[in-house]
Design a binder for this molecule. Structure first.
Ligand SMILES: *Cc1c(COP(=O)(O)O)cnc(C)c1O
Length: 364
């Protein structure tokens, strides 16, 4: 057993360095900091291979599949980032890959669908319910249960029944370990605040896990308040939800009167999930993490601002974290803020410009 663990970790480390391009840098966002006060730093997960933090857990899950002798990786995807990351991992290891995706997201995230197909994955359209992430999870679970011997279910966040939340958190932990070391090397200190967006919560758990023990470090999880805080207009699970069950685990949940998961909305497909990781739910109850929100407008403003002030086009998911960090910088002008920039915005540029370009001076 001991050698197996050692070999596993050695192989994972080598993959991270030579294939994924880790460590990703920590960057001081000077212009943004000058505008808002405070000192804003970005952990650049947008520079991770495939453009987001998700490859961190996908390479781990696929390596696990190899060790277990599995032939096929099965998963759901929302924005398509998890699907692309897992299809990438499958190609790397020479495994089959089947990705379940809501029809609504297939249209919205077309470039990622193309990427998955180029990488050799099979994309299964999910046509029931709201045809987004929640239904895609149901569909993927179903497919996995049809052949649990030869296939493995690779969940996309720190959600689902044990051991999925723990596994995904531990594979994402590399983000926090690197960021803490890099930030200390740059400043000689620990950051005063750490900010991350929360969909299911994997990028947030990854970076938070290194700072939870540091009591003077404030942690902020940013959820999408979307168009408004009326049910159906947002995915602010912690802010507006109550304890409930989804996909085989208990967490804060946006639910209707019958306890069924409620419809959710976010401008960022990767954040529109009615549940949230069980560990986040615990951290909320403990009062260790502050769960806050950013709405569509604030997110779009930050999307363009980070692009124009720093030359970094963020994913719409990550732009939620940046939007909140700018507010926090104004409230705490003497403090430092480390933001997990979970992904890059290439996948979002067409959607943003088509729907909101005019508001930001873009005309064709
Ligand atoms: C999927 C995704 C998220 C949300 O997922 P978490 O599990 O909450 O991290 C955030 N940012 C990006 C770029 C994503 O692709």
């Amino acid at each position: 057993m001991e050698n197996t663990s050692h070999d596993f970790i050695t192989e994972l480390r080598s993959i991270r360095k030579h294939f994924q391009g880790r460590p990703t840098p920590v960057y001081y966002a000077k212009t943004l900091s000058e505008k808002y006060g405070g000192r804003i730093y970005l952990k650049r997960e947008d520079l991770n291979h495939t453009g987001a933090h998700k490859l961190n857990h996908c390479m781990g899950e696929a390596l696990l599949a190899k060790y277990l002798g599995k032939k096929k990786l099965i998963a759901e995807t929302g924005a398509g980032q998890h699907g692309v990351a897992l299809a990438t991992a499958a190609a790397y290891f020479g495994l089959e890959c089947e990705i379940h995706m809501g029809e609504v997201d297939i249209v919205k995230e077309h470039p990622n669908v193309v990427r998955m197909k180029i990488l050799g994955a099979k994309v299964i359209p999910v046509t029931f319910g709201l045809k987004t992430l929640k239904e895609a999870v149901d569909s993927a679970f179903g497919a996995y249960l049809e052949d649990p011997i030869n296939s493995i279910y690779c969940i996309g966040s720190v959600v689902g029944p044990h051991p999925f939340p723990m596994m995904v958190r531990d594979f994402q932990r590399v983000v926090g370990i690197e960021a803490k070391e890099q930030y200390f090397e740059m400043t000689g200190e620990n950051p005063d605040n750490v900010v991350a967006c929360v969909g299911g919560g994997s990028n947030a758990m990854g970076i938070f896990s290194s700072f939870i023990q540091d009591e003077d470090c404030e942690l902020y999880g940013v959820e999408p308040s979307g168009k408004s805080l009326n049910l159906g207009d947002h995915a602010a699970t912690m802010t507006k939800g109550s304890p409930g069950m989804i996909h085989g685990f208990k967490c804060y949940l946006l639910q209707d009167e019958k306890g069924e998961p409620a419809p959710v909305y976010s401008i960022a497909s990767g954040l529109d999930y009615p549940g949230v990781g069980p560990e986040h739910s615990m951290l909320k109850d403990l009062g260790r993490v502050n769960y806050v929100t950013a709405n569509d407008k604030e997110t779009l403003d930050s999307f363009f601002e980070l692009s124009r002030l720093e030359g970094i086009i963020p994913a719409l998911e990550s732009a939620h974290a940046v939007a909140f960090a700018c507010k926090l910088a104004q409230e705490k002008p003497r403090q430092s803020i480390l933001v997990n920039l979970s992904g890059r915005g290439d996948k979002d540029v067409d959607f943003v410009v088509e729907n909101y370009g005019k508001d930001y001076g873009i005309k064709f």
